[in-house]
Design a protein around this ligand. Structure first.
Ligand SMILES: Cc1ncc(COP(=O)(O)O)c(C=O)c1O
Length: 358
């Protein structure tokens, strides 16, 4: 495996990739249904939920769309502090909802007080929050935001995008009272792209029943009707599910707490390295992601050139996202990345920067 410090698609272990080469079987068969069921059961542990986890044949953006379609007739409040939370706002409006924004500049966190203020001004059926903004390395305080929503506006459903954090850090769906929580396969789960896993609680399912125009492909009620029979309304992405089933065993064998600690240790090491260079992190202390460290680039070193230097070593770093390209770079340490990989990257960076006199 060549460690890629990019926030998805991440490296996939060869034995996990191998699972995708298994022969097909009828999807409406006891054999496949058994695999589908056990993958869903194992996934619940990662979501810290007793509720259902839909295994969907689409990427995370599809789960963003599913939440707005199922949970709101009209009024959505989108918390926006980066590119992916802004995408969710766009998705809501593209689906005919009337979405308002709470917006802070990229690099800042959404604070519970901001949510409280917005919910006191107006009522909303749904609030959308991204847990870990992959464009900035900011992790929003979901537990505290959820507490505010429950207190100030108990009927507002809470949907959380944990695309770059779930399975990389603890997100306790049931304990925190999150109504829908989802991730994509190609980030902390360390699988190829193609699946989204989306957990929905009973409150969410009840709301969906009363929302018209849910569409078909993303209709939670239809998905549930088939899920309880260990199946899907449409043909499932079988090869991806073979790999998911296998990878969930690997993740649970590592132990969730061990996995989370591995990511946090790498975040700490990356932060120390950046501090030593005198390069501030974009995210303020207290809101930093354990799966992704976004470093400002005052020396304006060229990330593309650096990646050319890294290529023979089979390493790759991520440039800043969107407007932050060149102004920041992103060290993703999610999925299968180990501390020894990170040490290799940091040593290579030191060597490259020394060569540039930086
Ligand atoms: C936080 C976050 N949300 C949503 C998405 C979109 O997910 P996908 O590319 O799986 O549709 C991404 C992708 O990087 C992301 O990082």
């Amino acid at each position: 495996m060549s460690p890629m410090f990019v926030p998805g698609p991440v490296d996939v272990a060869p034995e996990v990739l191998q699972q995708q080469t298994k022969p097909m079987m009828p999807h409406r068969s006891k054999d496949f249904e058994a695999i589908f069921q056990r993958a869903g059961d194992k996934a619940r542990q990662i979501f810290y939920t007793e509720h259902r986890v839909f295994i969907m044949a689409n990427s995370g953006s599809g789960a963003q769309e599913a939440c707005v379609r199922n949970f709101a007739n009209e009024k959505v409040l989108s918390c926006v502090n980066g590119a992916f939370s802004n995408r969710w706002f766009t998705v809501a409006n593209a689906n005919g909802k009337k979405a308002d924004k709470i917006e802070v500049p990229m690099g800042q966190a959404i604070l519970p007080g901001m949510v409280e203020e917005a919910l006191k001004k107006q009522s909303y059926e749904l609030i959308t929050v991204v847990h870990n903004e992959t464009s900035t390395g900011v992790m929003n305080p979901i537990k505290e935001i959820a507490e505010v929503v429950h207190r100030v506006s108990p009927d507002t459903l809470i949907a959380v995008d944990a695309v770059s954090s779930l399975a990389g850090t603890k997100v306790e769906m049931d304990a925190w009272g999150i109504d829908a929580l989802f991730t994509s396969s190609q980030k902390c789960l360390a699988l190829p792209p193609g699946l989204a896993l989306c957990a929905v609680n009973e409150r969410g399912m009840e709301r969906a029943k009363n929302v018209p125009n849910r569409g078909w492909y993303f209709d939670f009620i239809l998905l549930e009707k088939h899920r309880i029979k260990d199946s899907t309304p449409m043909t499932p992405a079988m090869s991806s599910i073979f790999a998911l089933d296998y990878q969930l065993d690997r993740i649970l064998a590592e132990g969730l707490e061990n996995r989370f600690a591995r990511h946090s240790a790498m975040a700490k090491r990356s932060t120390e390295w950046a501090n030593k260079k005198g390069w501030p992190l974009l995210a303020p202390e207290g809101y930093r992601s354990p799966t992704l460290t976004v470093v400002t680039n005052p020396a304006e070193f060229d990330c593309a050139d650096f990646n050319k230097f890294l290529a023979p070593r089979n390493l790759r770093l991520a440039n800043g996202y969107g407007d932050l390209k060149g102004k920041t770079f992103r060290i993703a340490h999610m999925g299968e990345i180990q501390m020894t990989d990170l040490e290799n990257l940091l040593a290579a960076m030191d060597e490259y920067l020394a060569g540039k006199g930086l």
